[in-house]
Design a protein around this ligand. Structure first.
Ligand code: ATP
Length: 242
């Protein structure tokens, strides 16, 4: 379970996220949506333990990210929106490096790397340097590296951007499978049509404040997620939860 309690983050005088509280349960695929600059990446980075924050608590499977960062991070994977990997390494070396950091045994990692790399159709390219990869190929390597330790809390920032249609489809299937096996996924996106079909729950933020959150079908009702989002974007809102 991932619990975000009254989380706030400022950059200088500017409040990027203001008093955000959300709970994401095991098995859920949870969409985090909002306009550019709404505070999604800030929230994801704070959960991942790579951005210090001012107020609130973030608890990952019972472990506070500030008080027990190592234990909390062991359970988690964070896939940033821009896969900034080491260009001089081969894809396989990068994945092995991450697997070493998480202490994944060699026979287990070999099977996982083969499975994910074949599914994402990058297996034959893993011996090439990352510097020669396209954006989508880097994203696939980042994804495999993130999944190689079988994380239970998966954070993704705009995971579908740059992936080809087949890889996007594969990723959606993988997301379902991981959640069926008990993981949870919290991801930011601007692709509302996909989020509407894929996600169990959704949170909508605007200027760092939560506008609406709940089960996808309750939030959407008889409209589409896009219609709900556009309507909320045009309003001065108070929080609604379902
Ligand atoms: P997008 O959809 O464009 O990726 P986002 O919802 O992820 O946006 P954030 O990147 O979290 O938004 O940014 C939230 C706010 O914090 C924005 O107003 C942004 O200008 C500000 N911000 C983000 N990072 C920094 C930083 N390093 N220094 C100062 N301000 C920042």
């Amino acid at each position: 379970m991932l619990e975000i309690k009254n989380f706030s983050k400022s950059y200088g005088d500017k409040k990027a996220v203001d008093g955000l509280s959300l709970t994401i349960k095991d098995g859920e695929i949870y969409a985090f949506i909002g306009h550019n600059g709404a505070g999604k990446t800030t929230t994801l980075k704070a959960i991942a333990g790579i951005l210090p924050f001012d107020e609130g608590e973030i608890i990952i499977n019972g472990h506070d990210i500030k008080k027990e960062p190592l234990v909390a991070k062991k359970e988690m994977a964070y896939i940033p929106d821009n896969p900034d990997l080491y260009d001089f390494l081969k894809g396989i070396d990068y994945i092995n490096f991450i697997a070493d950091v998480y202490g994944v045994e060699s026979d287990v990692r070999k099977k996982r790397i083969e499975k994910y790399a074949k599914l994402l159709e990058i297996y034959d390219d893993l011996s090439d340097p990352i510097g020669t990869y396209s954006h989508g190929m880097k994203q696939k390597v980042a994804l495999i590296a993130a999944l190689v330790h079988d994380p239970k809390v998966i954070l993704m920032d705009e995971p579908f951007v740059g992936l080809d249609p087949k890889a996007s489809h594969t990723l959606k299937e993988l997301m379902h499978k991981m959640c069926d096996e008990g993981a949870l996924i919290f991801y930011s996106t601007h692709v509302l049509e996909v989020a509407e079909k894929l996600c169990d729950r959704v949170a909508i933020i605007k200027k760092g404040k939560l506008l609406k959150e709940g089960k996808m079908e309750d939030v959407v009702g008889d409209d589409s997620l896009e219609e709900v989002f556009l309507e909320l974007e045009g309003e001065n809102n108070v929080v609604e939860t379902h």
